[in-house]
Design a protein around this ligand. Structure first.
Ligand SMILES: [Zn+2]
Length: 141
């Protein structure tokens, strides 16, 4: 809304209030002045409220984004030897990851592990081949 239009509305409303109270025996200009100040005051309160609302919305959006960052997924193979169903499982890093296998309807728990290697170490095969994620160490063979 243009500033001229705002001033026009502000003046018209103030003039209307001033005129109305003038009919009731009050002086026009002081009432007009007070009406202008009152409208600016109410407008500012409204703007503060709008700003707070958008701040709340922004915060909600941020929280949603943080949730998105914490959730990913991976292809999990059902550990049941008779099933071996492959399913894409959403993974949350901050909680236990359990899902129902779509193949055999058993509950499967996914462990997330990380293993570090020197960049100079050549890796020819699956580095997790002998790694027990449940205990976080290599299987003792
Ligand atoms: Zn299964």
């Amino acid at each position: 809304m243009g500033i001229l239009k705002s001033i026009l509305i502000l003046s018209s409303v103030s003039a209307a209030i001033g005129g109305l109270l003038y009919l009731l025996g009050l002086a026009f200009w002081p009432v007009f002045g007070l009406a202008v100040l009152f409208q600016i005051f109410v407008y500012n309160l409204f703007m503060i409220w709008v700003k707070q609302q958008s701040a709340v919305q922004f915060e909600e959006l941020q929280n949603e984004r943080i949730k998105e960052y914490n959730s990913m997924g991976l292809d999990s193979v059902c550990p049941d030897e008779n099933c071996g169903h492959k399913a894409f499982v959403p993974i949350k890093l901050d909680e236990e990851n359990v899902y129902e296998c779509p193949g055999c309807k058993k509950m499967v728990k996914v462990f997330i592990g990380a293993k570090s290697f020197l960049t100079t170490t050549p890796l020819e095969e699956d580095p997790f081949k002998n790694f027990n994620f449940a205990e976080g160490k290599e299987y003792d063979n």
